[in-house]
Design a protein around this ligand. Structure first.
Ligand SMILES: [Zn+2]
Length: 387
């Protein structure tokens, strides 16, 4: 294939804006193939099977919660998925501690939604407010480093603080908002795969930051294993036990907890929408909506035509973009010229700053290596292939 030729999958809407795409003779992409393989191995279940598995996992969380204040902890961003998980906890009679990570970028609407949900469902809310000056310095370090994924500091610290809070309250189960049915596809060259690599983060901060980061939550070694599934108490992907229909979820949220929707996925954070709506498309020609929508097409929640139509909507409302841009510059204390200069930096790979991957991989058991190879690697491409 000519490298300049633009080509789109005939089944989903992934295209040649990811270098990692390949097509078969029918024009179907490798992401669709991977979804099918994963579906056949893990997701091809009858509603009865799913219900049995769901009942078992809910019972286990309740058993673990006996004699404790909470059965589980739920990270709530204010987005549809995590909000719906809170609602499901109520349905199933679970007693969650609701955890919210405040990195200083939440939209007012997200904060309102979170408060509403906890009040209406009568759940305790634990908001973790990160030290803004230090966190800002780390976010700026990522921008100055020329790396692809400016969301790593948030993603890593959400997990670190969530884990810390679970430990503090003696909570055994973490409910994850991930849903492999509807969030399967994300090319390895659109994100940094090892979001929890604290060595990489520390190295980037040492080189570009202006302060130390001892104040910030840190991934415990055990925490990283926990995420990758080595410990008994793996995160529970609650949405993967149901046939999750976003429209239905949204309808229930609006009716039952007075939820107010956002225009796009992950737009509950100003920084995230600015990053996905402006930085990625402008700097690297990446439109993450293609991956989100393709996942919905692969799982049968959306037709390909509906996805194409959805993609025709502007990625950013021009008025909102202008407001957000001013807000971002003000929060970072940057001029437009300084920001534009960072945007123009050549892309530098995250790995070039040093990672803990090689060392860790050598020590992994065969089982974990297989888990990595078949379940994690297809989603997050490790090393070299990224960026
Ligand atoms: Zn495809």
């Amino acid at each position: 294939m000519n490298s300049t030729e633009h080509k789109i999958c005939t089944r989903c809407i992934m295209d040649t804006t990811t270098k990692l795409i390949k097509f078969d003779e029918k024009g179907v992409c490798n992401f669709c193939k991977q979804y099918d393989e994963y579906y056949a191995a893990y997701l091809d279940k009858t509603p009865e099977q799913l219900k049995r598995e769901l009942d078992a996992v809910v019972k286990k969380m309740k058993d673990d919660g006996k004699g404790r204040k909470y059965d589980c902890i739920v990270g709530l961003s204010g987005g549809v998925d995590s909000s719906y998980i809170a609602l499901l906890c109520k349905d199933y009679g679970l007693r969650p501690l609701i955890f919210h990570f405040d990195n200083g970028w939440n939209s007012e609407l997200a904060v309102q939604n979170i408060t509403n949900i906890c009040e209406k469902l009568n759940f305790d809310l634990n908001t973790y407010v990160i030290d803004w000056d230090t966190f800002k310095d780390v976010q700026l370090s990522y921008i100055k480093a020329g790396v692809l994924d400016w969301e790593v500091p948030t993603d890593q610290m959400i997990f670190a603080s969530l884990y810390e809070t679970a430990q503090k309250h003696n909570i055994q189960n973490v409910i994850s908002g991930n849903n492999v049915r509807t969030e399967f596809t994300i090319p390895g060259d659109w994100i940094f795969g090892d979001k929890l690599d604290n060595i990489n983060l520390q190295n980037i901060q040492k080189k570009f930051g202006t302060c130390d980061i001892k104040k910030l939550p840190k991934i415990p070694v055990k925490g990283k294993e926990f995420f990758y599934g080595k410990l008994d108490h793996k995160p529970v992907h609650l949405l993967s036990y149901i046939i999750f229909n976003k429209q239905h979820a949204l309808k229930r949220l609006v009716e039952e907890v007075g939820y107010r929707p956002y225009p796009n996925k992950h737009y509950e954070s100003v920084y995230t929408r600015f990053y996905q709506g402006y930085v990625l498309p402008t700097r690297l020609g990446i439109d993450k909506r293609k991956a989100h929508l393709s996942s919905l097409v692969q799982s049968g929640m959306l037709t390909r035509d509906e996805a194409i139509k959805e993609l025709e909507n502007p990625i950013y409302d021009p008025t909102l973009l202008k407001d957000d841009f001013d807000y971002v510059l003000k929060k970072f204390e940057l001029t437009r010229e300084q920001f534009d200069a960072y945007m123009a930096l050549p892309l530098v790979s995250h790995e070039s700053y040093g990672t803990d991957w090689d060392e860790r991989y050598k020590k992994l058991s065969v089982k974990i290596k297989l888990f990595w190879k078949y379940r994690i690697a297809p989603i997050f491409k490790p090393k070299k292939e990224t960026a």
